[in-house]
Design a protein around this ligand. Structure first.
Ligand code: PLP
Length: 387
């Protein structure tokens, strides 16, 4: 029997039936440009604004605070660059704070602003489990800090930050706080009143919506200079004819993920914990990466000593299991992942990093199959490499 088990839901997810059904009419009969004043345009605009209401509702935000973008990376770029350029324009602030384990959409943007545009940058360290120390944030804040950007949950090691505690510190000093929350939907609350966030980034394809569409939430009163200029779309904050079908699909997927969240995150954590209990017991010299409890419910990640994970990934693929290392670099010969390095993992150990991220299709039988196939595979590869 040919098995096909997808365990890379942090990389992307399939489009749900709900999201697909919501999108389909917008590819055919409702094709108008949402800026048109005629009936076709108005119908598209209605779909767009209804999607905005749905997203705002899940975030406990105002519809006018939702900006639709082309992806999570664009949303991060828009918030960081938009805040930095606005600060430059108003002469208020030249310092940014980010964490060392941010996705490159945040980290590279922050470095570019520092390296080429004369902003100051503080990169906060994390501990061995990927957590920020709130005292480090407190100590890094300056009178001229224009933005703090710390991700809600990490894509590679699954660690979830104490965001409400961190935003409270920035808020005491009146400094806006952005979070890359791309990995959060379906697993964590996105309520911006509870979290205290002033901005956040989401990406449709991480929660069973389509690829190529994202959200930037920006709290009212926080002014960003637009990064993409042109027409007056998205209240002049992001020019470009809206991807109405994608936006409608994203909104339907987000609402569905939020409805399913309580039951699904509990179910996934139970399955994930089976991996956490069994794999280190079945495979010697193995440890969990990231925080064992404060982590995404569907996220399991491991460090296998004495192995390069590429061979494991290929072996898993041959038995029908799609998994990943969690980062683009999987060989000790290449630069190790900046996230693992920031968590204090040495390059040799980092080469043995495996990420298994579960999703709606994952069953108990899938976990049985992983537990049957993975340990002997690691064992064989270690033998080949002379361990
Ligand atoms: N931020 C995080 C934490 C991610 O995991 C990803 C995607 O892997 C992104 C940002 C980028 O999202 P997108 O692929 O929509 O640009």
């Amino acid at each position: 029997m040919n098995r096909s088990i997808y365990l890379d839901h942090s990389a992307t997810t399939p489009v749900s039936e709900t999201a697909l059904a919501a999108m389909l009419p917008y590819f055919s009969e409702i094709y108008g440009n949402a800026s048109g004043i005629y009936a076709q345009g108005r119908r598209a605009k209605e779909g767009l604004e209804n999607a905005r209401l749905i997203v705002a509702d899940v975030l406990n935000a105002q519809p006018g605070e939702i900006i639709f973008t082309s992806c999570g990376s664009e949303s991060d770029n828009l918030v960081l660059r938009g805040a930095a350029w606005q600060a430059r324009r108003s002469g208020k602030g030249r310092h940014l704070i980010v964490s060392a384990i941010e996705h490159k959409a945040v980290l590279d943007t922050a470095h570019q602003l520092a390296d080429f545009f004369d902003f100051d940058l503080t990169v906060l360290p994390v501990d061995g489990q990927g957590l920020i120390d709130p005292d480090d944030l407190r100590a890094a804040l300056r009178a001229d800090t224009l933005l703090v950007s710390i991700m809600t949950a990490n894509n590679e090691i699954g660690t979830v930050q104490p965001i409400a505690e961190l935003t409270a510190i920035a808020r005491e000093h009146g400094i806006p706080f952005h979070s890359d929350a791309v990995q959060a939907p379906g697993h964590l609350s996105l309520d911006v009143e509870t979290s205290g966030l002033d901005a956040l980034a989401l990406s449709g394809h991480k929660f069973y919506g389509p690829k190529g569409v994202g959200v930037a939430y920006v709290r009212g009163g926080t002014t960003l200079m637009p990064m993409q200029t042109g027409g007056g779309h998205e209240r002049k904050r992001r020019a470009g004819t809206e991807n109405v079908a994608g936006i409608v699909g994203l909104a339907a997927a987000l609402a569905e993920a939020e409805t399913l969240r309580p039951a699904e995150s509990t179910r996934l954590a139970t399955l994930r914990n089976r991996l956490f209990d069994a794999i280190p017991a079945l495979v010697p010299d193995t440890r969990i990466s990231g925080h064992p409890q404060q982590r995404l419910s569907h996220h399991a990640s491991f460090l296998f000593a004495g192995i390069e994970i590429q061979g494991v990934l290929m072996g898993l693929d041959m038995v029908g299991i799609a998994a990943s290392s969690g980062s683009a670099c999987t060989s000790a010969a290449q630069a190790p992942s900046h996230i693992l390095v920031a968590a204090g993992i040495d390059p040799i150990a980092a080469a043995g990093h495996l990420r298994l991220t579960l999703g709606r299709s994952t069953t108990d039988e899938d976990i049985d199959y992983v537990l049957e196939t993975l340990p002997p595979l690691v064992h064989r590869l270690r033998q080949f490499s002379g361990r």
